[in-house]
Design a protein around this ligand. Structure first.
Ligand SMILES: [Zn+2]
Ligand SMILES: [Zn+2]
Length: 401
């Protein structure tokens, strides 16, 4: 048997063990046993209310709701899988269901396992450890009035947008970020798929921006908690919430529909919707892309990837970059491979997301018109004098392309 096949089988075995263990921890540990002992999340919520520690209550409540939603989503996935496979018989039925489980959950459970095997490298501890070294950057600090919280959150969102945008536009950073985009199916556990070292870069960008802009460090924990909670929810699967646009909320918040667009590999959707909670910065920078009924999202990477092959999903982009750099002629091309967008090569940029999306929008101009484009066109027609004989101004495309 080949090395690849053996590796795949070992991955499957580890996945089954991780799936059982993590679910056990979530159902039994988190919700029942520990709460009965007074240490669980539910017990924590009740105790903190009694102690009037409403701030900790809120955080515990958010985590409780999110983990309950993840469990409900997994449960409904199994119900649906057994329903669709009810015609299949015997071992074949279970083989087919196991294939589906692998497709939906293998990469996320294995990624969580890797992150937990490296506990010091996960995002929040890195953030707090680095914070003590970066403190000197803060020349002024805003107060804790409500409008300062709004300011703080917008600054955080700006940092998130910048971190995420650069993660898609610089090939080396894409290697760190691409595992999150590997799955061909989306659900709340996809949020667990973060290359462990991505947190270093994410922390660097966030801390730098927050401290230089004078955001009060007393806000950091709450902002991270709200951002994290919403970030998990926006990954909710289509079988749990079919539409995901959340009605009028889509104008105020990044919804599951927005984030499905971000995970899609359809050319219209490439490199859009980088924000986590608020659509503000995507709108400002022209990367906001609503879900279009005409274009059903297909999830995953542009390259051919078996999303159940965890090794390839987690490390494949690093190996491909190494291969390209090794074979590139001259130092300029080698460095360009590392810092230019994924898809670039010395002969052409035709396979970069920006070019693919631009070509799609040129071929489908009706899909390029967003509220931002409409506003810019309106402003131009109102305040700029149209040249004789010209039509009202039309901005092709909506992205920074
Ligand atoms: Zn992304
Ligand atoms: Zn995501």
């Amino acid at each position: 048997m080949s090395f690849k096949k053996n590796l795949y089988r070992i991955e499957n075995l580890i996945f089954v063990a991780a799936f059982g263990f993590i679910l056990y921890k979530m159902v039994y540990g988190l919700h029942i046993r520990m709460s009965l002992k007074g240490n669980g999340l539910f017990a924590g919520i009740v105790q903190q209310i009694a102690k009037h520690q409403y701030y900790i209550t809120l955080i515990s409540f958010i985590i409780f709701v999110n983990s309950s939603l993840v469990l409900w989503e997994i449960f409904s996935f199994f119900v649906l899988s057994f329903k669709t496979e009810r015609e299949a018989k015997g071992a074949d039925k279970y083989k087919r269901i196991f294939r589906k489980v692998r497709l939906h959950y293998k990469s996320s459970f294995l990624a969580l396992l890797v992150t937990n095997l490296l506990p010091k490298l996960i995002v929040v501890p890195v953030f707090w450890v680095w914070f003590s070294h970066f403190k000197g950057l803060q020349l002024f600090t805003v107060n804790l009035k409500w409008y300062s919280w709004v300011y703080g959150y917008f600054c955080w969102e700006f940092a998130s947008w910048l971190f995420h945008y650069s993660s898609h536009r610089v090939r080396l950073l894409w290697c760190f970020h691409s595992p999150h985009h590997g799955p061909s199916e989306i659900n709340m556990t996809v949020n667990w798929i973060r290359f462990f070292a991505e947190s270093y870069y994410a922390t660097f960008v966030h801390l730098l921006i927050l401290l230089v802009l004078g955001v009060n460090p007393a806000m950091f924990f709450t902002i991270i908690a709200i951002d994290g909670a919403w970030g998990i929810f926006t990954h909710i699967s289509e079988h749990a919430i079919a539409n995901g646009r959340l009605g009028f909320l889509q104008h105020l918040l990044i919804t599951p529909a927005h984030h499905r667009v971000h995970h899609a590999k359809n050319h219209l959707y490439l490199d859009t919707n980088f924000a986590n909670t608020l659509p503000l910065w995507d709108w400002v920078f022209g990367t906001l892309q609503p879900l279009k009924d005409e274009v059903k999202p297909a999830y995953g990477l542009l390259r051919n990837l078996d999303a159940t092959n965890f090794f390839d999903l987690y490390l494949g982009e690093f190996l491909l970059l190494y291969r390209d750099v090794r074979h590139a002629q001259g130092i300029v091309n080698k460095v360009s491979y590392i810092i230019r967008p994924p898809g670039w090569n010395p002969a052409s940029a035709d396979n970069t997301a920006a070019v693919l999306r631009q070509k799609f929008l040129e071929a489908n101009p009706g899909l390029a018109v967003t509220s931002r484009v409409r506003l810019i066109n309106w402003a131009k027609s109102k305040f700029l004098k149209a040249e004789p004989g010209s039509n009202p101004v039309e901005i092709p495309g909506a992205g920074i392309i």
